[in-house]
Design a protein around this ligand. Structure first.
Ligand code: UT7
Length: 345
């Protein structure tokens, strides 16, 4: 196995899922749908929806606290907070609000909007920066990568094509120098030409009275930004893009390291949990046995957007020591990306 001069990886992971459960039976009473249709087309049985007192800020902070606890790192050791989020349509950035909640009074913080791939984009930017600072300045540091979304805020609860898909939640990872395992390569991509297939109502002005409700006043009236998606057209691009990202991140690692890893060396994949059929199609396209692909999240939590992958980490803690794994995501923009990493041994 190749060794880098430095090793950067996960020291601890955490997540937050609202206790409030929305089942397919509930949805049958809200729109013209059936448990059978939802399970067959998506694999989803239930999802979590934020309730009283919960927000993207509270979920992100709770996930970050759990990750810090598991890492054994105190909040004031964190010098970079990056939050992947698509549902924080206000100022200041969610990352700075999390920084404040955790009592971090120095360092940097920023949000990244990259659809369901936003968490991967956060890890990619943290990793590149840490590598550079370590190699050029000899500086070692700790960062928080958080993926969070409250899609229930912008879901059109009258649109059966989309409202059955989404859930709320947050996941987080503490990133820093590690003894074993670690991130080997990251990659990101965006294809703006597909923007009109999956978007949130544009041209919005935040209301001053109740920003958590995501109601916006325009010059001509009040609008609520809602998700619009042409699911049938998104589906094949999602499958193709995730397959391509997995290959790209392996090739990138091989170029950097001189190794010759192939798909056969990948022991597990944690894909964005958009839809069970998409996950299965990616596995089939790459000839990966389904047991080697995480797919349990979508059943219980639906599509958690930016939170989907770090939520999945928690269910995989301690499994497969030393294994080579890939995280891969796809979402609005069409932004996609992947992380190649090795579990600690
Ligand atoms: O995370 C971001 C990326 N997003 C995705 O990856 C989502 C990608 N797309 C998908 O996952 C799938 O396209 C969906 C799950 C959204 C939809 O599944 P589909 O197999 O593509 O269904 P469809 O849109 O082709 O609809 C099939 C039929 C239609 O009826 P007709 O026209 O055949 O009579 C729909 O009107 O199913 C109907 N339908 C429903 N029926 C019952 C659509 N939604 C529902 C529903 N319940 N909830």
């Amino acid at each position: 196995m190749q060794s880098y001069p430095i090793q950067i990886g996960y020291l601890g992971v955490g997540r937050y899922l609202p206790p409030n459960i929305l089942t397919n039976a509930h949805l049958e009473r809200m729109v013209e749908t059936s448990d059978e249709w939802i399970v067959q087309r998506t694999g989803i049985h239930e999802r979590r929806i934020m309730g009283e007192g919960e927000s993207v800020l509270s979920m992100a902070t709770a996930a970050a606290r759990e990750a810090l606890d598991r890492a054994g790192i105190s909040a004031n050791q964190i010098t970079d907070v990056r939050v992947g989020v698509n549902t924080h349509l206000r100022w200041p950035s969610l990352a700075t609000m999390v920084q404040n909640e955790l009592g971090i009074d120095d360092g940097t913080a920023s949000d990244i909007s990259a659809g369901c791939s936003a968490y991967i984009f956060c890890v990619d930017s943290i990793y590149q920066k840490m590598m550079t600072e370590w190699l050029l300045e000899g500086k070692k540091s700790y960062a928080l990568a958080i993926g969070v979304d409250g899609l229930s805020l912008i879901t059109d609860w009258t649109d059966r094509q989309t409202c059955v898909l989404f859930g709320d939640g947050a996941g987080a990872a503490v990133i820093g120098p590690v003894e074993s395992g670690g991130i080997l390569a990251t990659t990101t991509r965006a294809q703006g030409k597909y923007g009109d297939l999956l978007y949130l109502t544009p041209y919005i002005k935040p209301s001053l009275d109740d920003p958590e409700k995501m109601t916006f006043h325009t010059r001509t009236g009040t609008i609520e930004p809602l998700i619009y998606m042409e699911g049938r057209k998104v589906f094949p691009v999602a499958v193709r893009s995730m397959m391509a990202e997995i290959k790209t991140v392996i090739e990138k690692h091989n170029r950097i390291s001189g190794e010759s890893l192939t798909l056969d060396d990948i022991e597990y994949v944690i894909p964005h949990q958009a839809n069970h059929r998409i996950v299965s199609a990616v596995a089939e396209g790459l000839k990966l046995p389904l047991e080697q692909v995480y797919s349990e999240g979508v059943v219980k939590y639906g599509n958690n957007s930016a939170a989907s992958i770090p939520i999945g980490y928690v269910e995989n803690i301690g499994k497969r020591p030393g294994a080579l794994e890939v995280d891969v995501a796809f979402g609005a923009g069409f932004a996609s990306g992947a992380i190649l990493r090795r579990n600690p041994s």
